[in-house]
Design a protein around this ligand. Structure first.
Ligand code: UTP
Length: 275
């Protein structure tokens, strides 16, 4: 039912400098696959086959990745090396890729508003590719799409984090409806542990209803002078229209070096085919 997924990929990735000086953070590989491809595969598996990318300067490698490389195809066609292209060929066969550029990096909220032209007036998924989410069963976006069918409102994916880490996240407070599902009353972006309403942290998977665009247009810049998605979601939450979902699966913060290394080891041990 939800057909589109937005990928804000315009950020600077400063935590991964110097690797990200001229290469997009989203192209960093976890073993042999770029982060953004994991996100795209998760979206396509959830039925969101239109992948809308909000890119920026220096991000052309992402657009090239989701296109065929004619020379490469020609060169390895009919050889034993074709197997290495299988996963990306499947993605290209099943997905449609649309792009818009964010000219000034004014924050995640601004990036999402920039993507409005690609989404239009329909509910959509959002993937922040530097959060790698893996699950043995259905992916996180598939789980959230299922929940959307029940609630028809915006949904944020959450996980419990240690209290000393809440200052790195948006944090929710809300009424628990059933195991792992909350109706959100309040959201705070990067709170101090002493004032955080909970340790339920929002991670990089969302389903948003399209009224978010009008709200974002009216949302003034918040923390760091950036337009914060959390502030716009807070407006929806006041209308009783935001659910939080403690997803099944593991999430790795691949925008940070320790999370990236952890994900690399995990994928190598559990998912990588050495044959
Ligand atoms: P991050 O907070 O991870 O920012 O943004 P970042 O710039 O990529 O990384 P650091 O903190 O400097 O290391 C969350 C997501 O929002 C996107 C990023 O690409 C990332 O996927 N984003 C952020 C944009 O697309 N545009 C922006 O203006 C800001």
């Amino acid at each position: 039912m939800i057909k589109k997924c937005l990928f804000p990929v315009a950020g600077y990735g400063t935590r991964f400098l110097p690797a990200t000086k001229s290469m997009p953070k989203e192209m960093l590989p976890i073993v042999n696959k770029p982060l953004v491809q994991y996100g795209v595969e998760e979206a396509i598996a959830a039925g969101m086959t239109t992948c809308a990318m909000v890119t920026g300067r220096g991000k052309r490698a992402i657009a090239d990745h989701f296109d065929i490389s004619f020379e490469l195809e020609h060169q390895i066609s009919g050889t034993g090396k074709e197997v290495y292209l299988e996963s990306i060929r499947e993605v290209l066969d099943r997905g449609v890729f649309t792009m818009v550029r964010q000219r000034e990096m004014k924050g995640l909220g601004h990036a999402i508003l920039t993507g409005e032209v690609l989404i239009g007036h329909e509910p959509f998924g959002v993937v922040l590719s530097d959060d790698l989410c893996l699950n043995e069963g259905p992916g996180v976006l598939s789980q959230m799409a299922e929940l959307y069918r029940q609630f028809r409102c915006s949904i944020v994916a959450i996980q419990e984090v240690p209290m000393e880490d809440v200052h790195k996240y948006g944090v929710i407070a809300g009424e628990s409806l059933k195991d792992g599902i909350y109706r959100v009353d309040e959201m705070v972006e990067k709170p101090d542990a002493s004032v955080a309403p909970s340790n339920l942290a929002i991670i990089g998977r969302y389903i948003l209803t399209p009224d978010i665009f009008d709200i974002l247009r009216e949302t003034p810049p918040g923390a760091n002078g950036e337009v914060q998605l959390t502030d716009a979601l807070q407006t929806q939450a006041r209308q009783g229209c935001v659910m939080a979902y403690r997803f099944k699966g593991r999430r790795f913060d691949c925008g940070s070096v320790p999370g990236f290394v952890e994900a690399t080891n995990f994928v190598y041990e559990n998912h990588y085919s050495r044959s």
